[in-house]
Design a protein around this ligand. Structure first.
Ligand SMILES: C[S@@+](CC[C@H](N)C(=O)[O-])C[C@H]1O[C@@H](n2cnc3c(N)ncnc32)[C@H](O)[C@@H]1O
Length: 267
């Protein structure tokens, strides 16, 4: 169970986002509060992106890592709750950018923190060569609230309690490329992956403490010239991803994709 204080701070963030990101037109959504909050948070996100107020340079993947002038991307053709093809565009931008990273890096080994139902793991596999192995780590599912070492956000608690059911990659030709790992990322033994990961994708818990811990592990695992990518940079909901990335950007060149929340750094 998430603590009462987390629900209180969630209510404060929602009220702030409504006040700052809502508009006269959006008042027509009062009868659909979920859509209204989605509108307000996405508007704020877009405002920050368009006004250049995100604190790190905005660059498309092809501006930092130029590959072939043209290549095909593979996008799964199904609609699902966790999918990144949404009515609001920023998630689609993230999905395309993640797939582009796979194309230009041509990774042999990818490590992901935050499997959920395997939507991004499937896309990384679909956009990498058949010999690429994807290791994807998540908390063990099934228990009411898995024990974790570090502080989490309310959204983290809700995500980690979600039923997984069948992974999206099950029954696809990519299933054998994807290895599921279970554990708390703050307690996991990353030593077998040290220095040999080409792409490390961080999308686990979104508290400052977890993003820092996951990034420190990623920095040990990624080979020189490899990439660390983070999801949810610049989002104005319940996440502290931006706070840590802005700090790290003083020591490491980190870019965010224009109009999206994927941030990435080449080591
Ligand atoms: C936003 S979801 C990941 C979404 C996923 N990348 C996708 O394909 O859409 C975050 C996931 O991180 C997992 N998670 C949260 N805290 C974690 C931790 N401490 N260690 C490992 N995984 C964690 C949650 O259980 C949840 O499944």
């Amino acid at each position: 169970m998430a603590s009462a204080s987390k629900w209180v701070s969630a209510a404060c963030v929602s009220a702030r986002n409504l006040a700052l990101g809502g508009s006269v037109a959006s008042l027509s959504l009062l009868g659909k509060p979920r859509t209204l909050f989605e509108y307000a948070t996405e508007s704020l996100f877009l405002y920050k992106s368009l006004s250049g107020k995100r604190g790190i340079p905005e660059k498309f993947v092809f501006e930092v890592l130029p590959g072939d002038r043209q290549y095909d991307l593979a996008i799964a053709n199904f609609q699902c709750e966790e999918g990144w093809m949404r009515r609001t565009g920023s998630y689609s931008t993230d999905l395309i950018s993640l797939c582009q990273l796979c194309h230009v890096l041509n990774p042999r080994k990818i490590f992901e923190i935050g499997t959920l139902r395997g939507y991004t793991a499937l896309h990384m596999a679909m956009n990498s060569t058949p010999d690429c192995r994807i290791f994807t780590l998540d908390l063990p599912k099934g228990s009411a609230q898995p024990a974790v070492r570090l502080r989490t956000t309310l959204m983290d608690d809700l995500h980690s309690q979600m039923e997984v059911g069948e992974y999206y990659f099950c029954g696809t030709p990519h299933a054998h490329n994807i290895q599921l790992l279970f554990g708390d990322s703050a307690a996991f033994d990353f030593s077998p992956y040290r220095g040999n990961i080409d792409l490390f994708f961080i999308d686990g818990a979104h508290s400052y403490d977890y993003v820092r811990s996951d990034t420190e592990n990623a920095l040990h695992c990624v080979r020189p010239g490899g990439v660390i990518a983070w999801h949810d940079f610049g989002r104005v909901g319940l996440n502290e991803v931006s706070k840590y990335i802005l700090e790290l950007s003083r020591k490491l060149a980190i870019y965010s994709v224009p109009g999206g929340s994927l941030a990435f750094a080449v080591l």
